[in-house]
Design a protein. Structure first.
Length: 249
């Protein structure tokens, strides 16, 4: 229960789903944690669940200016940072003809631009041997219809894993990624489908998973915990797919 004892962690998008479960796991393993989100209701609920020792901050993952403000807050709170889990992101699934420039830009701002400038802002804050974990997606590896823009944003993150590893390892900073397949989280309820359509979409996706089920937030959190801990000290520029075999067929 002490795999992260004494470590200081920031989890973006940490109020629900994978982010919240990862915060629970980090705290149970001895870490001090800061989480971010934008929804006042889930921010307050996470604050109540995780306790007063966890700093809960409102931060727009798409805004470079807010990433700098977040980095300053982390530095004031912790002094230095040992772990960054970039989990905040949005999913929009729709055919190419339905995309607008604004929705395209929003997806890239939240999923790519914000994470890049957060890492940049945190460079003076990272402790020696810090670990950065990016939340990618199986969609970066498969040709799922209607996922073109979302998949492109996640492919960009996976590219960061390789390029930033080459750039930051000399500073002792490791960069790795987890790339989940379909995971049972509140995310699917935010896609704008009716309940009937959502069930049909879920059934269709599950049918593409050789393991025959959706994954769980706990299974992803366990993988993030591995990359965050000293157990993965020799893992640099790695991506761990957690997709039930979805990308293997």
């Amino acid at each position: 229960m002490n795999r992260l004892k004494g470590k200081r962690a920031l989890i973006t998008g940490g109020t629900t789903g994978i982010g919240l479960e990862t915060a629970r796991r980090f705290i149970a393993e001895g870490a001090r944690v800061v989480i971010t989100g934008t929804n006042p209701t889930t921010l307050e609920a996470a604050r109540g669940e995780l306790g007063q020792d966890t700093l809960v901050l409102s931060s727009d993952a798409a805004s470079p200016a807010e990433q700098k403000t977040l980095a300053d807050s982390v530095q004031r709170h912790f002094g230095q940072l040992d772990i960054l889990f970039v989990n905040a992101g949005i999913v929009q699934l729709k055919p190419i003809e339905q995309w607008t420039e604004d929705s395209f830009d929003r997806s890239f701002a939240v999923n790519v631009k914000g994470p890049f400038f957060l890492i940049q802002a945190l460079l003076p804050v990272f402790a020696p041997k810090a670990s950065i974990v990016l939340n990618g997606s199986v969609n970066a590896h498969i040709g799922m219809p209607s996922s073109s823009v979302y998949a492109a944003t996640k492919a960009a993150l996976i590219s960061f894993v390789r390029t930033l590893s080459g750039e930051l390892i000399a500073r002792g900073i490791r960069v790795n990624a987890v790339s989940p397949g379909p995971i049972s989280t509140p995310l699917y309820g935010k896609l704008g489908f009716s309940e009937t359509d959502l069930k049909q979409v879920a059934a269709s996706i599950q049918g593409q998973v050789p393991a025959g089920r959706f994954g769980t937030a706990t299974e992803v959190a366990d993988a993030v915990l591995f990359f965050a801990s000293d157990e993965s000290n020799f893992s640099v520029g790695s991506e761990l797919l957690l997709d039930g075999g979805m990308s293997a067929i």
